[in-house]
Design a protein around this ligand. Structure first.
Ligand code: KIV
Ligand code: ZN
Length: 432
């Protein structure tokens, strides 16, 4: 899709801080069909999962967590469907989640029989609260669960050499775990898996619950990256949740701190306040001139399919996706946008006040950029007449007519649609 020259780097170009910038997209993994699905009031049916899977492929995801097949029969059936119906493109790797328990690991491999390539994602909780209150286990006991899980994952994989296996381990509730202990557990898992640069494993560090400011999370990631074994053979992945509303910021800072990969969902669906919204993070990169390697150029379709699969509406102010995120009602904003758009020519760098990116990059038009109510001014009214009806008003008439429109809006208390503006114009000046 269309690339454009962003305006934000004007502010970034000459600076000397901070010392870290994201210069390319991380590896993305969608967990819509697993974390997203497990948080829904009504989990997706197999038909809805197929629809979501196809959408994720269209967007360009190369790694997709497709379920937790040992925990639910529909997830098991869906994984079987993907494999038996040959629905997984050669350049796409499916991922499945399992707890580090022998019977669940065995069932996971049953679900994956015959797959060409898959990521087996094994996890157990390592945080202080889970150790003390949920499992009532000491650190050694928790580490033993992880190591035994890793061993079983490797043992099962060895029985199916026809598949290309990738192993992933998550110290669940990493944000509530002492970093030193998380490193100790993960290094023990790495000892079992013996990855090398040609066959790396993935260590996924979840903010299962977002517990601190994003810079603290980034410090945890940086510390971890410094101490983890075989760094050249380990892909460091992030999985942030949005409890404090900062999941995207945490993932961005985590990548700056050394992570290679990010898990998240479309529009941030997921447990409680949701997972990290991949659309926001990817489009943030795009707005800084970095190719996100994902295609969000048909945002309306993404919103429609997402709603059909999750039964969750898209908030009108959802970054990049909401209906109102490129709309200005207030007079001074409209005036500035109109002036910038009047000067803008195709191929120019995008330097339009109040519009961080070109709405057309998301498949949206300029139609809704300016809408008129009682807070609007001459620029907005003039923009509507010009863009919709080809009428260029001189400045004095813009001022005069905007008073007419504003009065009407104050009386009705409502938005004045384009057709109504045109009728008002006709009745005020043309039929008078
Ligand atoms: O949030 C979380 O910790 C998870 C793990 C299972 C990766 O979803
Ligand atoms: Zn999660």
């Amino acid at each position: 899709h269309r690339k454009y020259v962003p305006f934000a780097p004007v502010a970034l170009k000459d600076r000397t801080w901070p010392d870290q910038l994201i210069t390319r997209a991380p590896r993305w993994c969608s967990v819509d069909l697993r974390d997203g699905n497990q948080a829904l009031i009504e989990p997706m049916s197999v038909a809805q999962k197929k629809q979501m899977f196809d959408l994720l492929l269209e967007i360009g995801f190369k790694e997709i967590e497709v379920g937790f097949p040992s925990a639910s029969q529909p997830d098991f059936d869906f994984v079987r469907y993907l494999i038996e119906e040959n629905r997984i493109p050669d350049d796409v790797t499916v991922q499945v989640l399992t707890q580090a328990r022998p019977e669940l690991i065995a069932r996971t491999y049953e679900a994956l029989k015959g797959v060409k390539r898959a990521i087996v994602h094994v996890y157990n909780s390592t945080s202080v609260v889970q150790r003390e209150k949920v499992f009532k286990m000491d650190k050694a006991g928790i580490k033993a669960i992880a190591v035994e899980g890793a061993r079983l994952v490797k043992e099962h994989a060895a029985q199916h050499p026809e598949t290309e296996w990738v192993f992933q381990y998550s110290p669940e509730s990493f944000t509530g775990t002492e970093v030193d202990f998380a490193v100790e557990v993960c290094n023990s898992v790495i000892d079992v898996w013996q990855p090398n640069p040609d066959r790396p494993c993935i260590i996924n560090l979840p903010a299962t619950v977002e517990m601190a400011t994003p810079n603290v999370f980034a410090d945890q990631i940086e510390l971890f990256c410094r101490q983890v074994k075989r760094r050249d053979s380990v892909v460091i992945s992030l999985h942030t949740h949005n409890d404090r509303g900062c999941a995207v910021a945490a993932a961005e800072l985590g990548v700056m701190a050394g992570a290679d990969r990010v898990e998240g969902t479309l529009l941030g669906n997921g447990e409680r306040t949701g997972n990290m919204d991949i659309i926001t993070m990817a489009m943030n990169l795009y707005s800084q001139g970095i190719d996100p390697m994902l295609d969000f150029s048909d945002m309306d379709k993404i919103c429609t399919v997402s709603k059909a699969c999750t039964q969750i509406d898209v908030h009108p102010r959802q970054p990049y996706a909401g209906d109102l995120v490129f709309t200005a009602f207030s007079g001074s904003h409209q005036d500035a946008i109109k002036k910038c758009l009047d000067l803008y020519q195709e191929g120019d760098s995008w330097e339009i006040a109040y519009l961080p990116i070109d709405p057309r990059d998301l498949g949206r038009t300029y139609q809704d950029v300016i809408r008129v109510n009682s807070q609007s001014g001459k620029g907005g009214v003039a923009y509507v007449l010009q863009s919709k009806f080809g009428f260029n008003l001189p400045r004095w008439l813009q001022i005069d007519f905007s008073r007419v429109v504003q009065k009407e809006a104050e009386v009705t208390g409502q938005e004045i649609a384009a057709d109504k503006i045109w009728t008002l114009f006709q009745s005020t000046y043309l039929n008078a």
